[in-house]
Ligand binder design. Structure first.
Ligand code: ASP
Ligand code: MG
Length: 421
């Protein structure tokens, strides 16, 4: 069996639903577990709704209507048979969301977030399930909250690996026992031990697909995207990108670590552990092979890969008395970083200073600087770009550094990083 994950872009409008059916036409008779994201940019729309519900009540109505209209327009066009149960099921989902919105907001913002943003996937999966049933792909909709067990860390829930695989297996066994081959479930969402809805972090649907693939020892997991596969750079940054045909699991983990956004970083590990290949394929060009990520070390990827992180701040930390940087200093710097939950994108130390490059968020970076100011002298530059080049060569370096001032550079055998202004 295979796991297919369709992201928001593959179910963003009527023609994308039709396209999805054309993809399944090429996989007739196969056993599939389909993981689906919220439609289009609906997760962002739900995030706005949650903010309104929690703090700007007068906007709730407008945000809610926006979401409701978006889904309604699509199902009106997709389902010519107005007796299809999709209409009743969507009404039920919207009434329960409405009901939540009419309640007094709970004090735990992250809990509210998960209980509402998850509707994006509940809606999309319900629509897809009915749509596929109506087009000859008989399927069973499995509620992800029954199979993906997590802790109660709302917004960034951690998977309970003791319970989840057996639940996934049981659910799929039941699907097969009922004579169906296709199961559909929601990406991104799960439930805690006490059955409260949780989410796995933005872009978490890839991870859901990996969890299911791992649990069922799938033949492969396919992530269908609007790009041809894993590219060597973000097409928004570079005019000419190259599709990478093959990556090892560790290449893929490294790329995700440095900030490549094609695959959710947590996705790779479970697949690597179970030796399941991950394919990234284009839903617009399904015939093309896409990118295959597996453990095959024989094919070395030596294409330079570029990862850009914008809006960086480079902070140089110097002991107040201009003494050497010693372990004790480094330890207090790291305590401060961990206190404000700041991820270091790059660090470097010299005798007299310790430098870190981090995302310049409106909240965290000023807090960090404030705290470090007690013990150190702080110098910093903002509006910088951190560029990482994997498999670099001279030409690649020239390309990224052209007309730029290099504030910091770090090189290892495979990877070079520049902080640029
Ligand atoms: N819908 C969620 C998001 O947009 C999860 C996902 O699509 O992977 O972040
Ligand atoms: Mg999405």
């Amino acid at each position: 069996m295979k796991v297919f994950k369709f992201g928001g872009a593959s179910v963003r409008n009527v023609s994308s639903f039709k396209n999805l059916v054309r993809i399944l036409d090429k996989h007739q008779g196969e056993e599939l577990f389909i993981v689906i994201s919220a439609m289009g940019k609906m997760t962002n729309a739900f995030e706005r709704l949650v903010v309104s519900y929690a703090s700007k009540k007068d906007r709730v109505e407008e945000d809610y209507e926006f979401i409701k209209n978006y889904h309604t327009e699509i199902i009106e066009a997709l389902f010519t048979n107005k007796d299809n149960a999709v209409f009743k099921d969507l009404d039920a989902l919207f009434s329960s969301l409405r009901h939540k919105l009419s309640q007094q907001a709970a004090s735990n913002y992250n809990y509210i977030y998960d209980s509402m943003v998850s509707y994006g996937e509940l809606l999309s999966s319900t629509i897809l399930s009915h749509y596929l049933n109506a087009h000859g792909y008989k399927n069973i909709l499995v509620d992800a909250r029954d199979i993906i067990r997590t802790d109660a860390t709302y917004i960034e829930a951690r998977v309970n690996w003791d319970q989840t695989p057996s639940r996934v297996k049981k659910a799929y066994r039941q699907v097969l026992a009922k004579g169906y081959r296709i199961a559909i479930t929601q990406g991104f969402i799960g439930a805690s031990e006490h059955n409260y809805t949780t989410t796995l972090g933005r872009e978490g649907s890839d991870f859901t697909a990996a969890i299911i693939g791992y649990s069922l020892k799938a033949q492969e997991v396919v992530i269908w995207k609007d790009v041809d596969g894993v590219l060597n750079a973000d097409p928004k940054q570079f005019e000419e990108t190259i599709k990478i045909d093959h990556l090892t699991y560790s290449d893929a983990i490294e790329l995700a670590y440095y900030g490549a956004t094609v695959i959710h970083p947590k996705t790779i590990k479970p697949l690597e552990n179970a030796g399941i290949p991950l394919r990234v394929k284009s839903f617009l060009n399904p015939e093309s092979a896409g990118t295959c990520i597996n453990k095959n070390n024989n094919v070395q990827n030596d294409t330079p890969c570029y990862i850009f992180k914008f809006n960086q701040i480079l902070i140089s930390i110097v002991p107040n008395d201009f003494s050497f940087i010693v372990e004790k200093n480094i330890s207090s710097i790291f305590n401060a970083l961990s206190k404000y939950n700041i991820k270091v994108n790059l660090m470097q130390n010299s005798a007299l200073s310790f430098s870190i490059c981090v995302d310049n968020g409106p909240l965290k970076a000023p807090q960090l600087i404030n705290e470090l100011n007690n013990e150190f002298r702080i110098f910093y530059n903002t509006s910088l770009t951190l560029v990482t080049v994997r498999n670099y060569n001279d030409e690649a370096i020239k390309k990224v550094c052209l007309n730029k001032e290099v504030l910091l550079e770090q090189k290892s055998r495979n990877t070079v990083q520049f902080v640029l202004r």
